[in-house]
Each structure stands twice: as structure tokens, then as C-alpha cells.
Write a new protein. Sequence first.
Length: 758
Amino acid sequence: MEATTRCSYCLFFAILILALLPPPSVAQLTPFENRILFRVQQLLEFPPAFQGWNNWTNFCYLPPSPSLTIVCSGNHVTELTVIGNRSSPSVNPKPASGRNSGFAVSEQTLSQSFLIDSFFTTLTKLASLKVLTLVSLGIWGPLPPKINRFRSLQVLNISFNFIYGQIPPSISTFKNLSSLVLADNLFNGTVPDLTSLAVLKELDLSGNLLGPKFPSLGNKLVTIILKNNTFQSEFRLDFKKFDALQRLDISSNQLNGPIPTALFSMPSIQYLNLARNKLTGALPTTISCSDKLGFVDLSNNLLTGRLPSCIGSNSSNRVVLYSWNCLSSGNSSYQHPTSFCDQEALAVKPTTTPKTKHHSSSKLGLIPGIGGGIVGGVIALGLLLLVIFRMTRSRKHGTSSFNKHMLNKPSAADTRYVSHTMRLGALELPPYHEFTMEEIEEATNNFDQTNLLGQGSYGQLYKGWLGDGSAVAVRCLKLKNKHSPQSLLQHMEVISKLRHRHLVGILGHCIVTFQDHPNAANTLFLVLEHVSNGALRSHLTDWRRRETLKWPQRMAINIGVARGIQFLHTGISPGIFGNDLKIENILLDDNFTPKISSYNLPLPARVGSQDPSNRDFLGNIGSAEHAEKDDIYQLGAIIVEVITGKQITSQNELDVIRLQLEKGLTEAPAKLRAVTDPAIRGTFAYESLRTAVEITIKCLSKDPRQRPSIEDVLWNLQYSVQVQDGWATSGNLSGKISGNLSGKLSGNLSGSISTYRP
């Protein structure tokens, strides 16, 4: 009897255990897909989300977490979501544990051995995959066309990585795709025609380098986010047909022309952000607005006239931002004069003929001539003849111009250099060009003294104009002799790759060697992009300009400068340090994007040397091995001026202000606020200010070893922006600074008005 009872208990527990186990047909993936997941783990270089896997891991029953979700159906993976902790070109992720000023991203991308083609080849073997999310994993390389092998895919999110090149046209073959998120990568060029994606509801391509043509999109979309790209054309979509569209964000591009009035009356539209473009003209006062429209941002454009009544009148259920246009509505102190918008509108108006200048520089073009004669004709033939001409001349004389691609076979180091630079992005600049001396002379009107912008240890700087009417700056550098043309061209090969949105771009060069004077120095002419909005310092100290830079814009500028430094330090190999960073050498373009103009070009030694007095006050730490920390110190000095609005001209002044900031941190918040620029008081969250000041003080540490890495600086500045955005969207910003609600930030608003993607 006792034995029978014991057996009954055993049977009961056995049945209970079997009941709790998942059905065998659902519990296990096929061995093939098991191997694929382990291979994905290996290709992604064992991210934290995949830790703890072993041969007995039941992937279909892993508990979902913020960093990993695997969903199965019928023994196949149908969803794979992996969230990593590697930064992207536009963000350093916030750690899960909260703010930590010691947090640093040591490696942004996957290693040099990572092959994106092999990675996606492996993933596409998950034939039943419907949802694929790969965020902040450091993936880099061009997106391969073979992604069209995902036959069942409904959601694709590969945001916050380093994927570059064009979006492959094969992406338009995803017939079941409802959500496509490629945000915060390095995609460039034209967006494929997406009208064939009949069920696509969400499209987010923000934070890339896409453009200039506005994309063709299907009219069933609910969300369109194209902000922070380089779209330049007028609108080409018939928005009258977009009945389902609720959210449209095309801010921070270069879109021009009039605003389609249909945007405001789309039946489902709730959120409309057109800020920081070059949109022109006056809106008809009789346009109607959808009752659902709750947010409109028209700020920082070139609009004139009065706002239509449906967005111009005060409403408790609609937020309308429109500062820094030329509108006669609202507070005129936050609008430009009408003449400003009229002049700027002419500059961005599409033309069929190039702008000209009164002197001979109007004839300067970028198409090289043969023997000084061929300017028109067939471009391809001209370029072919030019290559043949240079090859022949180099064989005859062994000097002057050389075909740099013929001279420099890429070594392993060169390949590493190019790929690392490419994944960190390129700009919408003209192709790098080797100018002739005649072109340089025409551009500067034979170096007319009226075009001289400045002169110093870096040589003379002239303003010039290319044949298409675009302004440039031409820097003349005298180089020490005994540098072979091959050596110089190797240096120029490196310089031609130094293109980043936060560096003043180098458009081309010209090298002149005087054969008759063997002891004479080579002369190098660098053609630089012209940055039109002046130096950052003038926007902080000139009372006519300082009102335009509120706290969000100032933080965006700080982040931009830091990203430029990060590119110089880590974006190329070897890195470039000792960049003589000074606030007067930080220039702003028309969109208030900061560009570093004084970075250390990898050139042979110049005649003479840099003026030591230029470096006495900013981090003179004595030895070459501290050059990286020298740059960090100088960045700290720049941020101090941005925060306080005070012009700092000596080491003593910098030390005094640093002590004031330190004292403000240890005492009451009012003490710290009192040190800030009066023009921005009341426009920032205290915690945002505090975070920025804390990292700035660390940058200014007297001991170079105590200064943070550039990644530390970036993370803290971006965390400061996150805090600010949360404060702003909770209703703490007044309407009078409405133009900065969505800010000039690298991520702005995404998903909803209160959601921020840094």
C-alpha cells in the first residue's frame, strides 16, 4: 500500500513536469536555425545581449529583455531584435544604469574583420523572419542588395549603426514591409523609389546624408521622418493623396521653394515639422488646417507675409513655432527683416545658368582643359585625355603633376585608412579636384589684395569664386624644399579624405614646383569650402547675434565640435592630434552647423613654424605625447565661452572662470546659473547645465591624465541634451523661444513630441 502511494506521487509529479514543459514541436528550433543564431553571435563579436548562450539554450523560450527578443513560430525564428551599446555617428547610447559621467564607448564599430556581406548572407537564411531589429551594434559597411532575400520581412530596423553608401534599390521589393527604419547611419545619395511598398506605414531615414532629390514615397504612409539629411529640391509629392499621414518631419535639410498648402489640411496629420530648411514665400491666408493638427514647426526658414489664421491664432490644442523667418506675425524681435529672406531666397532659387562675378573669375570651371583650350566638348573624352597627358608628362619630367592613383598603390595601412574614414561619413561636397595654377589665379583674381582674408603662420588666405559662382577660400602654404612630387601627392591623398560635416572641407589643391630654382620651396594652394555664417565667437559676443543662440543650439554646437575632434582622433589612421583648437577657428554655416577650420593637416613641415603665442593660453602641456589631451583641454576652453558668453583671451581669465564654475557646482544652483551667459538664462534645465559644466571642468584639468576621452565628452554632452529635451517637452520652455524647442540638435523629436532620439 505504501509503495503504491509512493508510485502515485511519482506519477503525479511526472505528469506535472511534463505539463509544464513546452510542446516538443514548438520548444526547439531546427538545428539549422540554431547554428545560424550562434553564427550571428560570432559575426557580431559576442555582444552583451548574447552572453550566456550554450548548446542547451532554448532560443524560442528565452525571456525577452530590452536588449534581446527572439520570437519563434513553427520551429522557425520570426523575430530577432538585438539592441547593442555601441555608439553611432549621431549618438552615444545612455547606459541602462542611468547617468554615469565615467561611462565611455571604447569601440564604436565592429572590428576591421567584420564583413557586412557575410553577416547579411547568414541572416537571410532565417527564411521565416518577419521582424529584424539591429540597433547600436557597430555594424559598418555598405548594405548589400541581397537583403531582398528576406521574403517575409514586415519590420526592418537597422538604426544607429555605421552603414554607408546608397540604400540598395532591392529594398523596394519588400512587398510585406510595414516599417522601415534606417535612421542615424551614413547612407548617402538618392533614395530608391519606394512607391512599390504598398503596405509601408512607417519610414524613418533621419540622421543620414541622403539627398539632394526628395524621395518618391507611397501615399499610404502614416509616419515619414526624413530630418537631418541633405535634401535640397522642392517638394515633389502630391500630399493631397496622403490620407493616412499623421506625422511628417523633414526638418534640418536644405529644402527650398514654397510650402505645399495641402500639408496643413491632410485629414490625419497631427505633427508637422519643417524647421531649419530654406522654404520661401508667403502662405495663403485662407488655407485650412486639419482639426487633428497639434504641432507645427516652421522656424528657421525664409517665409514672408502673415501666418494663415488656422495656425496663426492662439489655440490651446495646437503648438505653432515660427521664429527666425521674416513673418509679420508675432514678436518681431524673433524674426529677420523681410529683405533678409528676399536676399536669401534669391541665393537658393534654382537657376539654369551659373552665378557670375564681375571679374574674370566667372570663367573658372572645374572641368580641366587640355593645353588650356578644351572647356566645352565631351567631358568623358576630356578626362581621358587629361589622364593620358599627365601620365606622359610624368614619364618625361618626373616632376609637377602626377596621377596620384598611379603613384600610390594602396598598402594595408591605406586600405584600413580609407575604409575607416568612409564609414564615418562623407559630405555633399564636390568631388576632390586637382586645380591648375591658372584656375587658382582666376579664382582669386590674381591674388587681388581686396580678396585677402588673413595672413599668419598658416600662410595667406584669400577669398575666391569658382565658375559656378560658389565662394571658396584659398590658402597659400610655402613648404620646405626637397620634397619629391611623389611624397607631396601621398600627403594630398590623405588630405583628400579629410571630409566630415564638422570640418571645413578641402575641395582640392594645386602644387607648384619651380624647376629653375632647385633650392626654392614648393608652394601648395588648398581650396577650402567657404563657411558663410562667421566665427562662433562673434555669435557669442556680438549683441546683434547672441540672441539667436539659445541653450539647445549652443549644446548642439558643442556636440558638433566634439564630433569633429572625434573624427580627427579616431576616424582616420593614424589619428590627427595637436589641432590648435580656438573658438575663433570654429565657423558656423547657414544652419549653425559648426566646422573646425584649424585642424592639423598632415603636411611636410612648413617654412617657419607656428607662432608659439597661439598656444600659450590653451593647454600648453609641454610634450608631443600629450597632444590628444591638449585637444581636449582646448575643447573645454571653447565650451566655457559657449556657456558663459565671455570672451577669454588669457590663461588667467580661463582659470578664474573655471573656478567660478567649480564653485557654482558645489554651492546653490543659482550660483551656477549666475555664471552663464545672461542671453540664455531661463532657457535651460539646471541638470542639463550641470552635466555640461561637470565634463567641461574635467576637460580643463591641469593634469592631462585626468582629462576625459573625446568619447566621454560626447556622451556627457549628449546626455545633457537628453535632459534638456525632457525638460523642454514637459512645458518648461516659454513660447517666445519656440524656435529652439526642437532645437538644432542631432536627433530632435522622434516618435512623438515627448520622445527624443539623441
